[in-house]
Ligand binder design. Structure first.
Ligand code: PDD
Length: 289
């Protein structure tokens, strides 16, 4: 079965789907994106992802590529055409196609839209979670608006590659004052000796306000655990009982080592494991139809 992508109004075989070399997403990374989990032929936390997409577009003054109701239909059609039951859907909107010039193109330039979907076997994530991942820490070299889910991901790419080269699954990014902001492609969490769950506040500018993070905050309250949204330092992370990361594709992934120091007893912790187990029960599922 050939995989299908939606590109600017057309469903095309993915192998030949293409955007213009003058797409501002290609020229300037002048665009935004969303990654949504597909689980049991339903979208996970669809509304929250669309709310964030609207916000990212508005912050960058990119017009919506189409009515949101139509975009939700396109998203479903791409998922259906690719027969994705479990996996992920991806939407990217750029400022459109225009001759290369840093300033915004003429008013009325249509934003460009790409939608793809791919199957991912949930067992793969389960196996990864059972083992836990190692993380490294690195300076946060991103621009000062990581709250916008922009396709400008060069510092994230470099951090993730450094992690991979050092045998780790994620890089935790350190602010100038030595605090962990978030991961290169996930939010960062620790659990202290009193079972308090701690993560950097989503203060509207310093981290991406993860959708998984928001759902998990609700679950933490439901489970009667204490959530502290505050900055934590690398040293505090080294001393934590547990650590984990969250994201639409990783869900809740236990961290078993930070910079080669074991977290707790060096195995996935009970809080992270329970939060992973409870995650889909706390999330909203809307059928693909
Ligand atoms: N990344 N922080 C960063 C920097 C991220 O890139 C992501 C997600 C998150 C978690 O957000 P959410 O829970 O909404 O997925 C936090 C996606 C999955 C990606 O870039 O592939």
């Amino acid at each position: 079965m050939s995989r299908i992508a939606y590109v600017n109004g057309r469903y095309r075989p993915r192998a030949v789907a293409a955007v213009s070399i003058d797409d501002r997403g290609y020229q300037f990374a002048d665009g935004v994106y969303e990654v949504i989990e597909v689980r049991g032929a339903a979208l996970v936390d669809e509304d929250a992802h669309f709310t964030r997409l609207r916000r990212s577009l508005a912050e960058l003054r990119i017009a919506p590529p189409m009515e949101e109701a139509a975009l939700r239909l396109v998203l479903r059609e791409v998922i259906r055409r690719n027969r994705v039951v479990d996996g992920m859907a991806y939407m990217q909107v750029s400022r459109g196609v225009a001759r290369r010039d840093h300033v915004f193109p003429a008013a009325g330039t249509r934003p460009a839209l790409v939608v793809t979907a791919q199957a991912v076997d949930p067992m793969k994530g389960a196996i990864k979670a059972a083992a836990g991942i190692r993380v490294i820490t690195m300076p946060d070299q991103r621009w000062k608006r990581p709250d916008i889910k922009s396709t400008s991901l060069l510092p994230n790419v470099l951090a993730k590659e450094e992690a991979r080269a050092r045998g780790a699954g994620e890089a935790w990014l350190l602010t100038a004052d030595g605090n962990v902001s978030e991961g290169a492609a996930s939010n960062a969490w620790i659990v202290d000796g009193e079972r308090r769950v701690i993560t950097h506040p989503a203060d509207g500018s310093s981290i991406l306000d993860g959708i998984t993070r928001g759902t998990l905050a609700r679950l933490i309250a439901e489970m009667g655990l204490m959530l502290e949204e505050r900055a934590f330092s690398r040293d505090e992370a080294y001393r934590a009982s547990e650590a984990f990361v969250t994201g639409a594709t990783s869900l809740v992934l236990p961290v078993v080592a930070i910079d080669d120091r074991p977290v707790g007893d060096g195995r996935p912790g009970p809080v992270a494991t329970a939060l992973r187990a409870g995650f889909h029960g706390a999330a909203h599922h809307t059928p693909i139809g």
